[in-house]
Design a protein around this ligand. Sequence first.
Ligand SMILES: CC(C)(COP(=O)(O)OP(=O)(O)OC[C@H]1O[C@@H](n2cnc3c(N)ncnc32)[C@H](O)[C@@H]1OP(=O)(O)O)[C@@H](O)C(=O)NCCC(=O)NCCS
Length: 201
Amino acid sequence: METRESTHYPIRKATSADIAELIRMQRALQENTDAVRDNLLRPNPTGAGRLYAYYLDRIGDELTQLLIAHKAESKRAVGMGTGKIWVHADCLPSQSGELIDLWVDPEHRGRGVGRRIIEQLLQFFRAHEIQFLAVNYVNGNLAAESLWRKLGFEPALVTATADRLDVQRTLSVPSKRILSIAGRSWSAERSKAYEPITRSG
Ligand SMILES: CC(C)(COP(=O)(O)OP(=O)(O)OC[C@H]1O[C@@H](n2cnc3c(N)ncnc32)[C@H](O)[C@@H]1OP(=O)(O)O)[C@@H](O)C(=O)NCCC(=O)NCCS
């Protein structure tokens, strides 16, 4: 059904002409993530050039659907979302669908764009008979938590991060003991080359 939002914000498959906008939104999404948490792995800025190749690859991949929402009159992108099908050789179910990098520019939020991108990704998964869906989002991202919960996603696997030194302190394990457990011969060989590591713990 055609709604006011669907005519104002058409959604279509991304093409190579959209890669600059995809990279802009990817960076904004990363900044958003950084603002929620600072104890996560993050892309190395020196590898940013590889994003172009990454998106080109995704756009050409039959098992990926990369969508763009844009403003009807200006053609400027305002949102994106990706659906990726994974084939598992040794797991059941043997295929799953992942929702990746959902983003809507802040000034266009709360108008159903995110929800419509997801709806379209679901059609892609349905066409490939994918039942099992997964999404990763940062703990503390309230909009994401609310959105995914409302759609029936339930947190099932936790990734917890820590600084090794903090864990060592908590365990009251001196760093030298950790090294000896890791293997005396290895550490003896390497201790000269990696002296700063052995000193700092
Ligand atoms: C999450 C995001 C994509 C939602 O886009 P949107 O176009 O504003 O979403 P919609 O208008 O379609 O709203 C869908 C649902 O999202 C939830 N939601 C959106 N913004 C929210 C907010 N600020 N607080 C709480 N819930 C929110 C609501 O459950 C809403 O359902 P409702 O309309 O029944 O209230 C957008 O806020 C965004 O880009 N956030 C930053 C990036 C991000 O967190 N991405 C998700 C990572 S997995």
